[in-house]
Design a protein around this ligand. Structure first.
Ligand code: ATP
Ligand code: MN
Length: 479
């Protein structure tokens, strides 16, 4: 058997009792022709391996270069050096794969995140990305555990869809039609009957509509899958391909929905605080170092860990859109004309700068904004008694802005049909969706959490491109 190794993380947790072990990993550094810092991706802490002077051929030692891969068998001994309680005294060193140190793009020094984005195929081998992607994994695992423990069914909604009710203009087309001699109708429009699916299809912008079909049978479902938006927004919080978690629940009103979202966010944060403390401590230090470069007023008031604990220990601030507009309008920030988009009044859509003002300056904690004007929200949101607002709920997080978008869904067939007609959404296209309102409709709600925005919040990484393995953004789909 080849793989009878102990992972470095596990080894470092043991007492330094003498034992024989096999470890495998990649060389981070090799000092004095004697000390190998070996990393196998299980933790950022390297294992110190000692190659006793005179025990190994010079020709072998020459091949122990940065990022070469090694198989080492040796004896665990207490460490005399500071910073580690044990090390491994090598008996045999096998080079699994050489690495030309001159050509290897990552040097044992600090690289900028921008530089590493261009080396995304290797950036997992850095401490920062090691920590980020172990935390990403843990968050994903916590998502499944949270919903599984509550009895939600994980529903895999389709990636290719024919409904474009939600994402007008923001969708990637899926087609096998040729660009040359594209089949056309008499009026010159493309004849999608000739296309693979016999109709116009796109990559999904949300699994919600299909999720509602699941919720009205299983009671509670969630989706967790890739989501695509062809919005040309080159921001630090938008990707063309991202992952979204969308629970959808029968018998939930808006308040139940907000309660679940808050409980969910706190649960997954608590999970990583309890299980990934080493990585979070590393990321907290990284963020603190990065912020030292910033002017005082741009720095966060809390450290990363402190921020996460603060979120756990405090209720999210709940308020209505109407109250939010009043706060924004009356703010000195607005009066001094410091917003790029002035707060004109009720009915306006909130820009990210407004959301961030509420969260970062006014309340200084996560905010759940509820009951938005119907005119700025999607057709499926439930109309409130006042006839003007819908039972929408957005959660805004410090440093990120919108992290969750959700609502109670309109379950009344007649109200929904009227709204769709007003908004120009063809009934024929959504016949299957409308059937849930025809056959045993129930009050129900759901929300979507952008997974990468959540990871940004937890890791303190300021650019969304640094929390997904291979980011897809306008003009960029390398790797
Ligand atoms: P925004 O106004 O920030 O673009 P949105 O209103 O388009 O967000 P929703 O349609 O409500 O967002 O989607 C639900 C969640 O998905 C958002 O709260 C956000 O966390 C995430 N999200 C939306 N668009 C993107 C994107 N392009 N990249 C990454 N995450 C996204
Ligand atoms: Mn958007």
């Amino acid at each position: 058997m080849f793989n009878k190794r102990i992972k470095i993380k596990e080894l470092l947790q043991q007492e330094p009792a003498e034992q024989q072990v096999t470890v495998m990993g990649w060389v981070r550094t090799f000092r004095n022709n004697q000390f190998i810092a070996l990393n196998d991706g299980s933790t950022n802490t390297n294992l110190q391996v000692v190659a006793t002077l005179g025990m190994f051929d010079e020709s072998l030692l020459k091949r122990i270069t940065t990022s070469a891969s090694l198989k080492i068998t040796g004896t665990v001994v207490p460490s005399v050096g500071k910073g580690q309680k044990l090390e491994v005294k090598a008996d045999t060193i096998e080079i699994l794969g050489d690495s030309d140190a001159e050509a290897y793009p990552l040097q044992p020094k600090k690289h900028s995140l921008e530089f590493l984005r261009e080396k995304a195929h290797l950036r997992f081998r850095t401490n920062t990305f090691g920590a980020v992607f172990r935390v990403r994994h843990a968050l994903a695992f916590a998502v499944h555990r949270f919903f599984n423990d509550k009895g939600f069914v994980y529903l895999h909604t389709p990636i290719v869809t024919a409904s474009d009710a939600e994402g007008a203009g923001e969708m990637f087309r899926v087609t096998t039609l040729p660009f040359e001699n594209t089949p056309r109708n008499e009026d010159g429009s493309v004849n999608f009957k000739e296309d693979f699916f016999g109709k116009s299809t796109n990559l999904t912008v949300s699994g919600q509509l299909e999720g509602e079909l699941g919720a009205t049978a299983f009671g509670e479902i969630y989706t967790f899958g890739p989501t695509f938006r062809a919005e040309n927004s080159n921001t630090a919080r938008h990707l063309a391909e991202f992952w979204m978690i969308e629970p959808e629940m029968a018998f939930y009103d808006l308040e139940d929905n907000a309660n679940l979202a808050e409980e969910f966010i706190k649960y997954i944060i608590r999970y990583v605080l309890e299980n990934n403390r080493e990585d979070l401590d590393f990321l907290a230090q990284r963020l603190a170092d990065e912020e030292k470069q910033l002017p005082q007023d741009k720095r966060s008031e809390m450290g990363l860990i402190e921020k996460l604990e603060f979120v756990l220990n405090n209720d999210f601030q709940r308020l209505s859109y109407t109250e939010a507009i009043d706060i924004l309008k009356e703010s000195n920030h607005n009066k001094k004309k410091k917003f790029q988009y002035p707060v004109t009044g009720w009915g306006m859509d909130l820009q990210s700068e407004h959301e961030r003002y509420l969260v970062e300056k006014h309340f200084k904690k996560p905010v759940i904004l509820m009951n938005y004007p119907a005119s700025i929200k999607a057709f499926y949101m439930r109309i409130n008694e006042d006839g003007k607002t819908v039972a929408a709920m957005d959660i805004l997080a410090p440093g990120i802005g919108e992290i969750v978008g959700g609502s109670q869904r309109e379950e009344r067939l007649d109200v929904l049909l009227e709204k769709m007609e007003k908004m120009g959404i063809p009934e024929e296209e959504l016949w299957w969706y409308l059937d849930t309102r025809r056959f045993g409709t129930v009050p129900h709600s759901g929300f979507g959490l952008g997974f990468e925005r959540m990871i940004q919040f937890v890791t303190g990484m300021s650019n969304i491109r640094d929390v997904i393995a291979f980011p897809r953004t306008p003009k960029s789909a390398e790797f």
